[in-house]
Write a protein that binds this ligand. Structure first.
Ligand code: PAN
Ligand code: ZN
Length: 193
């Protein structure tokens, strides 16, 4: 019998201040050096990476089987910061199984959810606490922090989704967000940068 028939119900605790999830969570840290080639300003990227390689974001994922029928969930904490004028962001991905949707709910801080699809459409959604965004099947997604505090959101997605990072690494994300006159400005972007 598969493991899903034998799992007992459980709960985790999400610290709404830090975004950390109490046991049993799996933690992942992405430093700037893990995001090579993704930001536009290569000089600023090299300088920042050499001067301490800051943590850009952390992910705390609830441990459940990555299979059909289960729901995966995590918190993501994007730290405040910029590479040049571009705000710190997540790598961004399509789901490997593209007909898999996802929900992101902002818990703290402020940022954007960027979305793009293979038909060339793109969207941006402002994320502030209480905003719960629906990422439909077939849409790539990336988040970024436009504030001066950590931006924290909770995500839920099907267990058999998988992640395709290569498409975004190769083609870039169709939208980028830069600081302009002290405010975020969303720009269409063609190619890696
Ligand atoms: C999220 C993301 C998380 C980190 O859990 O995986 O926010 O972003 P990257 O995976 O793009 O580095 C999700 O969308 N899961 O499917
Ligand atoms: Zn996803």
């Amino acid at each position: 019998m598969s493991s899903r028939n034998h799992m007992a119900p459980f709960a985790v605790n999400i610290d709404l201040n830090t975004g950390h999830i109490g046991p049993p969570a799996r933690a992942l840290t992405r430093r700037l050096s893990d995001l090579r080639g993704l930001f536009c300003d290569e000089a600023a990227y090299s300088a920042l990476t050499a001067a301490g390689d800051p943590v850009v974001y952390e992910v705390y994922e609830v441990r459940v089987p990555e299979e059909d029928g289960h729901l995966l969930s995590c918190t993501t904490i994007i730290h405040p910061g910029q590479v040049g004028r571009e705000y710190f962001f997540t790598k961004g991905h399509y789901h490997l199984s593209e007909p898999r949707a996802e929900i992101y709910t902002c818990l703290r801080g402020e940022g954007y959810l960027l979305l793009g699809n293979r038909e060339g459409e793109s969207r941006s959604i402002v994320m502030i606490p209480g905003v719960s965004a629906y990422i439909p099947p077939y849409w790539a997604h990336r988040t970024l922090n436009t504030g001066s505090h950590p931006f924290i959101f909770h995500g839920v997605w099907p267990g058999d989704s998988g992640h395709d990072y290569g498409s975004i690494e190769q083609a870039g994300f169709p939208l980028r967000v830069f600081e302009e006159r002290g405010r975020p400005a969303v720009k269409a972007s063609a190619g890696p940068c």
